[in-house]
Design a protein around this ligand. Structure first.
Ligand SMILES: NC(=O)c1ccc[n+]([C@@H]2O[C@H](COP(=O)([O-])OP(=O)(O)OC[C@H]3O[C@@H](n4cnc5c(N)ncnc54)[C@H](OP(=O)(O)O)[C@@H]3O)[C@@H](O)[C@H]2O)c1
Length: 342
């Protein structure tokens, strides 16, 4: 299958180039940017040895990209709001789209407006869209959709541990508290005072409290799993690292021991190549998942508080973005789920 990447100069776009250039079945034929031109390997020297010297950046021009008959599927690694502007002509031209932005993750346009502070850019396209976190999909109905929304990085780190437990009633749906720590690449490749080396090195701080944008998709997915409205306390933090997300969740236990959590996770994820369930007191560590498409999970029961404490770690640019997008491509195309990801 011939594929293209729109917005390949950013952090997640660059990771997509790296993964797809060496993918055994997808052929990367189109790579775009407004700011970078010429050979990809010159503009992004980190990719030396990964991409062919003749792979060139072309302009991010929606009409021209829609008219490129070589490309069957495009990845959008663009800011939210912008992604919808590209999705429309690409879908109209019969392409499939895997979108890494938030534009098509939410079923509710009212929730989008509430959290993103502007009207949904393409409400008519939502009928064509599906939110796809591969490990929690109940069936294959999403494969019929042409617009696949890749989950966010924080949401993946929260939804994967909690969904099987909410589905099985092992944790109370109310009173859940989540603390997450993100590497600075989570903010994208932008120049802003908060992301300068001198501000972030040797420093960690909370931000986006109490209503970070990612709450919208986290609560939508958790509510579906619990079959009731779930509202959580979500406390994101910036941590002095380039990439990675570490998340700690506190939820009221509705089962007597941690074995019930392990059993539910095992049932949900025992066959998943990208979820590792840690036992024997180990805790997930961003340093151990960086560079992989894995999400590591661990659970503890605190008998003093009767809470379950669930922890997860993933690479925000892989399982939190580009790796997950390639995983979606693999499943959509009927290829082995791990193609290009191990
Ligand atoms: N970073 C993460 O950890 C992460 C995780 C999950 C999801 N995401 C989502 O993935 C998307 C990309 O994130 P990122 O971190 O890779 O961002 P980024 O580093 O800021 O890259 C954004 C890309 O979009 C292009 N772009 C920006 N404005 C544009 C416009 N108006 N028209 C056309 N192209 C435009 C930029 O390229 P040019 O300026 O060269 O055109 C650049 O290639 C975002 O929606 C983000 O929320 C990111």
């Amino acid at each position: 299958m011939n594929v293209g990447i729109i917005g390949a100069s950013g952090y997640s776009g660059e990771e997509l180039v790296r993964l797809l250039a060496r993918h055994p079945r997808a052929r990367l034929v189109s790579v775009t940017s407004r700011s970078l031109k010429g050979p990809v390997v010159h503009a992004l020297p980190r990719l030396r040895g990964f991409v062919a010297p003749d792979l060139l950046f072309t302009a991010s021009e929606p009409a021209a990209l829609a008219a490129d008959s070589r490309v069957e599927l495009y990845f959008l690694a663009l800011p939210h709001g912008v992604a919808a502007e590209y999705a429309r002509p690409l879908l109209a031209a019969g392409k499939r789209v895997i979108d890494l932005s938030a534009d098509f993750r939410l079923a509710s346009t009212a929730t989008y407006q509430e959290f993103y502070a502007h009207a949904h850019p393409a409400p008519d396209l939502l009928a064509e869209a599906a939110f796809v976190l591969p490990e929690i999909m109940p069936d294959d109905a999403w494969k019929k959709k042409r617009l696949l929304a890749c989950p966010g990085c924080y949401p993946t780190s929260v939804i994967v541990p909690l969904v099987p437990l909410l589905r099985a009633g092992l944790v109370a749906p109310s009173g859940i508290v989540v603390n997450s720590f993100s590497g600075v690449s989570g903010a994208g490749k932008k120049v802003a005072e908060d992301y300068l080396f001198c501000e972030r090195a040797e420093s960690a701080k909370a931000y986006g409290i109490p209503k970070h944008r990612h709450l919208s998709e986290i609560e939508e997915q958790l509510s579906a799993a619990a079959a009731e409205k779930v509202v959580i306390q979500f406390n994101p933090h910036l941590a002095p690292m380039r990439r990675g997300i570490a998340t700690t969740i506190v939820a009221r236990a509705q089962a007597s021991g941690v074995e019930a959590v392990h059993a539910a996770w095992q049932q949900a994820y025992g066959h998943s190549p990208f979820v590792q369930i840690l036992t024997a007191g180990q805790t997930p560590d961003t340093a151990l998942v960086t560079g992989s498409n894995r999400v590591d999970l661990a659970a503890f029961h605190d008998p003093r508080t009767n809470n379950f404490v669930l922890t997860s770690a993933l690479d925000n640019l892989l399982k939190g973005a580009s790796g997950q997008a390639v995983q979606i491509l693999n499943l959509l195309a009927g290829w082995p789920e791990t193609d290009g990801l191990l």
